[in-house]
Design a protein around this ligand. Structure first.
Ligand code: ADP
Length: 483
C-alpha cells in the first residue's frame, strides 16, 4: 500500500526524521509511538504529501506521492490531524460533506445522492447525527474529534492517517472509534497509520508498531516485541511495568508513581487476628496476590485475608455469596478480600516469621489432615468432601516477578509435601504417604516493595525462606492437629 524508502524530512534545513524505511500492507493497522518531539507528526505529515522530503521517496500503490494531484490524493488518503482550538463557523453536516469534495465531479461539483448517503452513514457510525445542524464551535473537543473523523471517513479513503485519534475522547468513544476503524482494516478495505500516546491502546489495536526515538527508528515490530519494559524505559525515560491484559493476549504497560515503592512496613504477625470463627490478616496496604481462595482467587491486589471456620457439616450451595456476606458482617469489603474456609478448630493454626539476608516471609498454616491423600492415586477414588484441608498463606516482604510468583507456589507446595511426608501422614484409602488433601488452598501475597525478585525457587533467598518457612509451619500445624 505505502512504502517509505530512505526518507529524511524536516523543516528548513533541519532534519527531524532520518532514514525511515518501512512498508505498510493493505489492511494493516500501523501505530507510530515515541516521546514528544520524536518526530511522529513530522513523519505522518510526510506521508500525507504535505512536507517536501529531504531524501528518499514515499510511494502509494507504487507511485511516488509527489506525482499525485492533491485532489487525486484525497480519493486515496484521508487525514485526521490533531484538532486545534480555533473557532469553527461551519455546521457539523457541512464539515462532514467537505470530505466528499474529491469525489464530486463536473463543473458545478454538486452534491449527489451518493454523497448524502455516505455523509449520513459516517455520521451514524461516529455517533454525531443527533447534532449535525450544530456549529463546530458549540461542540466539545471529543464531539469535534468525531466530526473530523466522520469527514475523513466520508472521503472513503483507502489509507487513513490519524494523529492521536483518541486525544479528546472519553473511554467509550475511544473504544468505538478504534473498533470502527479496526473493523474496516480487518475487512481489508482500509489501511490505517495512527500516532498513539497511549501505549495500551496501540497494543490492543495495532498490528505493528514503529517506535521512534529522536527521529530514528528504535524498533518496528509486533506490539509484543516493541512493548517491553526495557525498550519503553529507554525511549521514554520513565519506569514502566508490563502486565498481561486480563482477556486479550496483548501486553499492557503501566507507569509506577514516584514514592509508591518506598513505604517500608514489614508484613508480620501484627496484622493478624485470631478468633474462634476466623483468622483475619488485614495488611497495612494492598498486597499483590496469587491464590486459590473461594473469593479473590487468581491474581489481584487484596488487603484482607480471611480463613473462616465453618461447621463440619457446612453445606451451602452458594458458598461464594455466603463468604461475601460473612465478610460484610465483619465490615470487610469483599472486593478487597481473599476468602478461604476450613472446618478446623482454629486454635490449631500455626504462624511464624522467617528472616534471612534482609528478606522475610510470614507463613500461616491451618492443617486438617484427616482426609489426606496421595494425589498420584486420586484417580482411583471418588473423592468425598469430608472436612480436612490445608490452607497455606505465605506473606512475602519482597517484589516478585511473575516467574517468582509461580516459583513461590511450587516451592510452597514442595515444602508442604515434604512436611506431610516427614510427619508420615498417610492416605487412609491405601496407606501411601499423603501429598495433601483434596481441597488444599494456597495464597502467595507479596508487598511488592524493594528490589525486584526475578525468581523464588530454592536457589534464591526468598525461595529458601519459603521452603524452610512452609515446611516448618506445616509440620508444626500437623503436629498440633494430631495432638
Ligand atoms: P512528535 O509528533 O513526535 O511530538 P513532531 O514531529 O511534532 O514530534 O516534532 C519533532 C520536532 O520538530 C520538534 O522538535 C519540533 O519542535 C519540530 N517541529 C515541528 N513542527 C515544526 C515546524 N513547523 N517548524 C519547525 N520545527 C518544527
Amino acid at each position: 500500500m505505502i512504502d517509505v524508502n530512505g526518507v529524511s524530512v524536516g523543516y528548513g534545513d533541519q532534519k527531524i526524521v532520518e532514514d525511515m524505511n518501512f512498508h505498510i500492507d493493505k489492511g494493516e493497522f500501523f501505530g507510530i509511538l515515541g516521546p514528544n518531539g520524536s518526530g511522529k507528526t513530522t513523519l505522518l505529515k510526510a506521508m500525507t504529501g504535505l512536507l517536501p522530503l529531504m531524501a528518499g521517496v514515499i510511494t502509494l500503490k507504487g507511485r511516488p506521492l509527489h506525482q499525485f494531484s492533491s485532489r487525486e490524493l484525497a480519493t486515496h488518503v484521508a487525514v485526521l490531524p490533531q484538532i486545534s482550538t480555533e473557532a469553527f463557523s461551519y455546521q457539523v453536516r457541512e464539515t462532514v460533506m467537505l470530505g466528499r469534495y474529491a469525489h464530486q465531479k463536473g463543473f458545478f461539483k454538486g452534491t449527489t445522492d451518493r454523497d448524502k448517503e455516505m455523509v449520513d452513514k459516517v455520521m451514524e457510525q461516529t455517533g454525531i447525527s443527533s447534532f449535525q445542524y450544530r456549529y463546530l464551535h458549540e461542540l466539545s473537543g471529543g464531539e469535534r474529534q468525531r466530526v473530523f473523523l466522520a469527514q475523513a471517513l466520508a472521503q472513503e479513503p483507502h489509507l487513513l492517517l490519524l494523529d492521536e485519534p483518541t486525544n479528546h475522547l472519553d473511554l467509550s468513544y475511544q473504544k468505538s472509534l478504534l473498533d470502527l476503524i479496526k473493523n474496516q482494516t480487518d475487512q481489508g478495505t482500509l489501511t490505517v497509520v495512527a500516532i498513539f500516546h497511549d501505549l495500551n491502546l496501540a497494543s490492543l489495536y495495532c498490528d505493528r508498531l514503529l517506535l521512534l526515538d529522536q527521529g530514528t527508528t528504535k524498533l518496528l515490530n509486533h506490539p509484543e516485541e516493541v512493548l517491553k519494559e526495557e525498550h519503553i524505559e529507554e525511549v521514554y525515560h520513565t519506569k514502566v511495568q508490563k502486565q498481561a491484559h486480563p482477556l486479550v493476549a496483548k501486553p499492557q504497560m503501566v507507569i509506577v508513581p514516584e514514592g509508591s515503592l518506598t513505604e517500608n512496613l514489614v508484613l508480620d504477625e501484627r496484622y493478624m487476628t485470631l478468633t474462634e470463627d476466623c483468622i483475619l490478616y488485614s495488611a497495612p496496604f494492598p498486597l499483590k496476590c496469587m491464590s486459590s481462595g473461594i473469593i479473590g482467587a487468581g491474581i489481584g491486589w487484596y488487603s484482607h485475608f480471611m480463613n473462616r471456620r465453618v461447621p463440619v457439616d457446612y453445606d451451602c450451595r452458594d458458598y461464594k455469596q455466603d463468604m461475601k456476606e460473612y465478610l460484610i458482617t465483619k465490615e470487610l469489603d469483599p472486593s478487597l478480600s481473599v476468602g478461604m474456609m476450613t472446618a478446623l478448630d482454629l486454635s490449631n493454626m500455626i504462624c511464624e516469621r522467617f528472616e534471612m539476608m534482609g528478606k522475610s516471609v510470614f507463613v500461616i498454616v491451618t492443617a486438617g489432615v484427616g482426609n489426606a491423600m496421595d494425589v498420584s492415586t486420586s484417580f482411583q477414588y471418588d473423592i468425598d468432601s469430608k472436612p480436612g484441608t490445608i490452607n497455606t498463606w505465605v506473606f512475602i516482604n519482597g517484589n516478585l516477578s511473575d516467574e517468582a510468583y509461580i516459583e513461590a507456589l511450587v516451592t510452597s507446595t514442595e515444602a508442604k509435601v515434604k512436611a506431610l511426608n516427614d510427619m508420615e501422614v498417610r492416605d487412609k484409602r491405601n496407606g501411601n504417604l499423603a501429598t495433601g488433601t483434596p481441597t488444599d488452598s494456597i495464597l502467595i501475597a507479596s508487598s511488592q516493595k524493594g528490589e525486584i525478585e526475578p525468581f523464588a525457587g530454592p536457589i534464591t533467598p526468598i525461595g529458601k525462606l519459603i521452603g524452610k518457612g512452609v515446611y516448618e509451619v506445616t509440620k508444626k500445624a500437623i503436629q498440633r492437629y494430631m495432638g
